[in-house]
Design a protein around this ligand. Structure first.
Ligand code: CP
Ligand code: NVA
Length: 307
């Protein structure tokens, strides 16, 4: 059974296949989810992920069922394993946004339907698919292009790094001391096929010559108690016009959203001509459709099968 818990659950060729399927509109994909349900469970709030996944399921002929985390109560109302086994009888796939990545691993270990990560403390692989799709639309092949990450080496950064490495890009990762990738993590990303991987403790230096400059919030969901400390620690890591000025002449700015203008990015950049955040967010739906179609292919889920 093929699951999607991390971007690297896909090989380089499979990532290319997902991105190719993402460019197909629903008619040509043959409604593989017709008559199926897909469970979407959220332990945290969402705009883009919920909307894009619901629409992607509909575009493949399926029926999405949104459920709040507290309704199912992972390990509170019943065990993660019981929830997964029961839902697998109703749905072709189960997708979840969770606080603890281990919950997704336990769901996948039941191995009865594909499990999809809609964001965990470790990774946000669906976001990374839209990120590379958007950069490909801009630049064509990404091999040898340079991506700069400015800020927290968090769930979004980890998945982006994996996707960019699979695409053969140069990676420049700038984070304050204590918030960056470990040496082991840098080696892991390099081994995935990145053209190069460099860590910086200064933001501006990482942006020099970059084709795409990415950032994310300084305080992720679940880290609210550390807000004051984080805002202090990240003060020098705001993406601003000076930083974009040292990037490549045709550089674009990207952010998974939601964004805080005046905190991790100035309004002049996120609302300026280099920004691709709207396109990036809209690509979440196309990328999700590509991923779901790929999982149907990979798991022999075809229209008309009955559970
Ligand atoms: N980028 C992203 O995952 O947004 P949501 O939290 O709104 O789903
Ligand atoms: N890093 C952020 C991403 C939100 C889409 C978070 O985990 O809250």
């Amino acid at each position: 059974m093929r699951h999607f818990l991390n971007t690297v659950d896909l090989s380089r060729n499979e990532l290319a296949r997902v991105l190719e399927l993402a460019t197909h509109r629903q008619e040509s994909l043959g409604w593989p989810l017709a008559d199926y349900g897909v469970a979407l469970i959220f332990e945290k709030p969402s705009n883009r992920t919920r909307q894009s996944m619901e629409m992607a399921v509909v575009q493949l002929g399926g029926h999405p069922i949104f459920t709040r985390g507290e309704e199912v109560g992972f390990d509170v109302r019943e065990s993660v394993e019981d929830i997964t086994r029961i839902m697998a009888g109703y749905h072709a796939m189960i997708a979840a946004r969770v606080f603890d990545h281990a919950v997704l691993e336990r769901m996948a270990s039941i191995n009865s339907v594909p499990i999809i990560n809609m964001l965990s403390d470790v990774s946000h692989p669906l976001q990374s698919l839209a990120d590379v799709l958007t950069m490909r639309e801009e630049f064509g092949s990404l091999k040898g292009k340079t991506v700069a990450w400015i800020g927290d080496y968090n769930n979004v950064a980890r998945s982006l790094a994996e996707a960019c490495a699979l695409e053969g890009m140069h990676l420049r990762l700038a984070s304050p001391h204590g918030y960056g990738a470990s040496d082991d993590e840098l080696a892991r990303i390099a081994a995935l096929g990145a053209a190069s991987v460099e860590a910086f403790d200064e933001a501006q230096a990482a942006a020099v010559g970059a084709h795409a400059v990415h950032t994310d919030v300084f305080v992720s969901m679940g880290q609210e108690a550390d807000t004051n400390q984080r805002l202090k620690d990240f003060a020098e890591f705001q993406v601003n016009e000076m930083m974009m000025a040292v990037a490549d002449r045709s550089a674009i700015f990207m952010h998974c959203l939601p964004a805080h203008r005046g905190v991790e990015v100035v309004a002049e950049v996120i609302d300026g001509p280099a920004s691709r955040v709207e396109r990036q967010a809209h690509n979440r739906m196309h990328a999700a459709r590509g991923l779901l179609a790929f999982l149907c292919e990979a798991n022999d889920i075809t229209k008309g099968d009955t559970k």
